[in-house]
Design a protein around this ligand. Sequence first.
Ligand SMILES: [Zn+2]
Ligand SMILES: [Zn+2]
Length: 1022
Amino acid sequence: MSFVHLHTHSDYSLLDGYSSVHKLAATAKKHGQSALALTDHGNLHGLPEFYFACQKQGIKPILGTEAYMTNQMSVREKGRTHLLLLAENITGYQNLLKLSTASYRDGFYYKPRIDLDFLSQHSTGLISSTGCMASQVNRFIAANQLAEANKLVERYIDIFGRERFFLELQDHNIPELTSINKHLLEMNKRWQLRPVATNDVHYANPTDATPHDIMLCVQTGAFQNDPKRMKFSSDAFYLKTRQEMAMLWGREALDNTLVIAEMCNVTLPYKGYVLPKYQEGINSGELLATLCQVDNPIAQERIDYELSIINSMGFADYFLILYDFCKFATSKGIWWSVRGSAAGSMVAYTLGITSLNPLEHGLLFERFLNPNRVNMPDVDFDWPDDDRATMINYLAERWGQDNVAAICTFGRSGARGAIKDVCRVTQVPLNEAVTVSNMIPAIPGKPCTIEDALNPDHEFYSPELVSIYNEKPYLALATQLEGIVRSVGIHPAGVVITPTPVGDLLPLMTTTREAVLPNITQWDMAIIDKLGFLKVDFLGLRTLSVLRLACSMIRDAQYDLSNIPYSTDDELFEIYHNGQTDGVFQVEGVGMTRMLAKMKPTKFEHIIAAVALFRPGPMQYLDSYIDRMHGREPVSYHTPELESILANTYGICIYQEQIMQIAVAIANYTAGEADDIRKAVGKKLPDRIQYHRNKFIDNCIHGKELGEIIWNDIEKFARYGFNKSHAAIYAKLSCMTAYIKRHYPKEYMAALLSLETDPKKRSQYLMSTRRMGIGILRPDINRSGFHCTIEGNDIRLGLCVIKNIGHDISKRLIENRGDIPYTNITDWLDRIPPDVRRPACEALIGVGAFDSLGNRQQLTSYLSKMLGYSKSMRKSRAVGQLSLFSTPTNEWDNTPPHTVTDPVMLEKELEFAGIYISGHPTLQAKLSHRVSDIIDIEDQVGIKLCGLIVEIKQITTKKGELMAIGTLADDTGSCRLTIFPKQWAKNQYKVGDVLIADGQGQYYMEAPSFILHEAKRHRSKN
Ligand SMILES: [Zn+2]
Ligand SMILES: [Zn+2]
């Protein structure tokens, strides 16, 4: 006989349970237990993942939760208790979903809670018990309120039936619990409930007790050695064997776990795809075909082929749903771009979902969708930042508020976070924690574990970490905390759309933070996808906002995404040739800029290749590509088929689509099968790679020998190959931004300066605007709009660049001004809205918005008086004591206009606008170079320049000497600054110092760098 654990917490019991559902399922299997329940605290986050984990182990999943109970879920009171709930059948499962959703929606107060009345209405198919020590029954018993305990149990029996309500017995070496158990058994003479033994599992194995304990400290913010902190009573909260449980409980209580396991039978009710129907009563496939009629026979042939696959896979409604919201976006003038493989679909192009003709660019449908793939297609949409919410609201309106939900996402402990957590709990000094955790590389999209960093064969191997590993016991502990669920959030893009209320199909939660959609799923993207739900990814992309704003300023043409002539204009490429890539989509980085200047692209196709090649792996082919492009390296092909496929990229296989085309052309693959080569190589699946290798070589129409040569090439390229659909769409956006920047530089830079929120980048754009010969005018209370605007050959900064002035205040300042400029400060004070307070006024003065009306310094000194005047005027006016027409003249109206540029004023500009507007603290005489020149220098000594230290950090060299690295800037740009130990020992410069410096210019580690040899302070900060 065996045993089944019916009370189990995984790490989805946030920072309370330690083990993953996979580890729990595997451990139960190892103990020979035929089933396992999951009962996380107050949520159902882990259910599907647990279900699949159990299936994989060949054991039965029992789906449940340990709910939080309260007296009345609508009342916000603190006390709450626990209740174990297990789904016996599908009705019970559906009730679990309802209870859980309601616990968030209607019962949330610190925790998601339900009450007995609500439970009694949704109790069918559920099994429950007297619960753990924190249950209401046991709380009553512990408080010696035995009558209440009796009454409550009778209520439970009434709700669940005697067959489905059990006497739960736990033994955790707690005197209080022992006494509760004694009472329970005694009282059960009256109740006659079946006893069942559980272990309140919080981790899989005995050895997990320590990391679990550390995790508790993380949750409670306690130190490990604090004697008073919350701690579990023993280290026995693991998945025990039957033998171990038998030491605590008699046979009946053990056997009854098997009885319950036998009773519980739930198959997850998700089959096929869960898609709303575009329109009731119509044939979606036929409608789709009607919408996709075109004149061109070649295009129509491709469309018909795609439609046959789309219909056979049941995705007609999917395309119609996308078509529907794109049509809405068009009607509202909302711009968008689709990223990813969807650009390969001629149907999507014909429906207006995507904007590049796949036939013109060799984009393949099978890369997007083919019968060998089992998932729902995945299309990611980029919207202008400020239109994303409009689009999501449209989905809610079109498909019903109840039928759409945002998707949750789980934050898991990364290596760095785990090290910091353990260090905090074990009181390792913060600077050590930071130093050690920083030994783990943090590259976006490339997670690295502590184990990876210790592995000499891994790309992120860190000898530094190895050298300290043995002296730092917390590192071993940290590895055990990596990957555990630490927090729950909302996915930034995902939205699920369902045919019926989403809460009937999956559990929902709510958030206390501001969110576009009130419904949020309790399951994450991977599970939503796996269960066949329709989801769309709506991302915000600032480039679209910039492009739209720039186009709105253009006077001599009306551009939108459909007519910016990026494909017929040669001049736009000058932007790439001349390194003017600031603010140009996808190519802003210094490395990319230099590469493009070297490449000298002349065709759209070149930009696609640049986007695809400029990444860590394929970078190695870049030089070859450029040399071949300019005829400096010969191009040859193994076979004529390869020539027709690879000619566009000079014989270099850059795109996944090319690999697929080669397999089709010379090894008799279907395009769908060929897509699997990419996946096999990309995901490093040795069996699949071997399979394709054999198949490819055997089927090669040019014989096995050549087949092997070509396969070896393919396998190499497939490792790095890029999705051409994605690269082409990004290249298109890049060329569009380059076109507008080339032909409408003022409009483009004004839009960029308006919408960039990062001060560092904004100041970079400001400098590059000046380099382009465009003047920058300070914000002006009488001239500025919210965004930056164009005045003659200059850009007038908008109120949007000023700190302390939000969108609303700006709007009202501009509205109150109307067509009548403010004649003096008093006039302005009379007309300002009441919520314009001191910080806003300080900022307006500081950036020079009143320069035409007064002197910055004097106005600052009058500010308190000015605000006092404004306040008393408002009061007088409110009681009708003052006529609107009697504007007096005050002392602040007589200050002279501001003209002189001084350092204090520049610092104020930096403080309130994040940029120097009127000048730059660096001087411009007798220098050999400006900072922006460094970008063109490979390596050159004897450079003399003047620069402001924007950032500086002292570091220790391997020899233990002190040196510094930082950032140096003037009004033309910024570069990396290196000060070696000898120089640093002489002078420790600070942020804000302006230096006249001699040194060496160098292109080092992808960035222009200046190595300081000799310098004198031109100006010190303070
Ligand atoms: Zn409990
Ligand atoms: Zn529990």
